[in-house]
Design a protein around this ligand. Structure first.
Ligand code: ATP
Ligand code: MG
Length: 389
């Protein structure tokens, strides 16, 4: 078949699924990989492989077997050294093997951002023992946030308000980290006014930005996001300047979700993902081209169109509350009939539920971002997961 490119997608969740649809519309062949059968992206891809992407041998075998033009990570938890090996042998890793390695390790990306590029970040220290945690907290002050250097979705992360809580936070981080380095970052707690994701596209034509996305997090996972979020021109310019520096340093083509905290006019770089961002699911309804379309265009070496907003919009997540492989969705019609805006849904098709697992997202386009947030939340609440047993 005359495919335009062969893509090996590493991670087949809801973001991978939307990316697969976008890439396939441009004629790409997508082989979706994940550790379990029936993952969301596998359902829409040309082929699939089931293996742990943290297993170096199995990851190398999958790349050798499929000989992809592009290896496209959808998640952080990947044996990234293998990607570096294949990149050295001429396989294109999106956006670059270095970007996947740096962003998987909080300490590496923090060094690039804070030290090499001199960006404004929270005060921080690394710690490999309780004594170093105590010293770190003395440096940052309390409250502080303790995170394993390797973890995502808030795993192992806690906010510490008193000296007495430091030991529990250290133990919690070590127990919930990924990888074999017992190392945490102790970060100054930023009492931000709001936080944003700045979707930043790096393509052969240069760097461009989507309007800023506001979001609200709970337990380390996003609950709702909206676009645009109000920001002064100066704050937006500061965020764009920092995002440009980081993505130019990391290199390669694709979309990056660059996260910032904003307090007054002070814009503080937090972290980034070198791929579509979960809070960016709002772009499925808000933008003329979604973050997935932009990622596909950029990595395939195609022109990246100018992004225009269709209007203020929001997304709200629909979560499961227990473990089950026997469940149904109800209330889709009511959700989509929510009056006051343009409503949409994405139901991811995950085969099993577990507490807090994101199963679907409600999308709303309205005459203001606040109105869109209210509508998306209302629609999300109308979608019910009904469990069989
Ligand atoms: N230093 C901080 N001060 C205040 N809040 C923080 C700080 N660090 C993290 N948070 C809060 O916790 C959330 C998750 O933190 P962070 O993005 O560093 O973790 P993560 O595990 O990489 O999450 P994800 O993978 O979902 O992006 C942030 O979006 C923010 O709401
Ligand atoms: Mg984050």
């Amino acid at each position: 078949m005359p495919f335009t490119a062969k893509i090996l997608l590493l991670g087949s969740g809801e973001l991978g699924r939307e990316f697969t649809i976008s890439a396939k519309r441009l004629g790409a062949q997508v082989i979706a990989c994940d550790s379990y059968a029936g993952a969301p992206a596998m359902q829409v891809a040309d082929g699939f492989e089931i293996f742990s992407m943290l297993d170096a041998d199995l990851l190398a075998k999958a790349i050798e077997k499929h000989q992809p033009d592009l290896v496209v990570p959808e998640v952080e938890a990947i044996r990234t050294e293998v990607l570096a090996d294949f990149e050295a042998r001429g396989v294109t890793v999106v956006p670059s093997a270095r970007a996947t390695i740096m962003t998987m390790n909080r300490d590496r990306i923090r060094e690039v951002a804070a030290v090499e590029l001199g960006l404004r970040t929270s005060r921080y220290r690394y710690a490999e023992s309780l004594a170093e945690v105590l010293a770190g907290a003395a440096h940052t002050g309390l409250p502080c946030v303790i995170k394993p250097v390797m973890s995502s979705s808030g795993k192992g992360q806690s906010t510490v308000r008193t000296q007495e809580e430091l030991e529990a936070a250290w133990n919690y981080a070590v127990a919930n980290m990924r990888g074999d380095r017992s190392r945490v970052i102790v970060e100054e707690f930023i009492a931000f006014d709001y936080e944003i994701t700045l979707l930043t596209v790096r393509s052969r034509e240069g760097v461009s930005f989507c309007p800023p996305i506001g979001h609200r997090q709970e337990r380390g996972d996003y609950q709702e996001s909206w676009q645009p979020t109000p920001m002064s021109n100066a704050a937006l310019a500061a965020a764009q300047d920092m995002a440009r520096k980081v993505v130019d340093n990391l290199g390669g083509y694709g979309i990056f979700g660059v996260e910032f905290f904003v307090r007054g006019e002070d814009v503080i770089f937090s972290e980034l993902s070198p791929r579509p961002h979960d809070t960016g699911m709002v772009t499925l309804i808000s933008q003329n081209f979604s973050e997935f379309d932009l990622h596909a265009r950029a990595i395939l070496g195609l022109p990246v169109p100018e992004v225009t907003l269709r209007g203020p919009a929001a997304s709200a997540v629909i979560l499961a509350d227990r473990e089950s492989d026997d469940f149904q969705f109800e209330g889709l019609a009511e959700a989509l009939a929510t009056p006051g805006g343009e409503m949409d849904l994405r139901v991811f098709g995950k085969p099993t539920t577990r507490p807090y697992r994101r199963m679907a997202v409600a999308l709303a386009l309205a005459d203001s971002a606040d109105r869109a947030r209210a509508l998306a939340a209302e629609a999300a609440a109308k979608v019910r997961i009904v469990y069989g047993r």
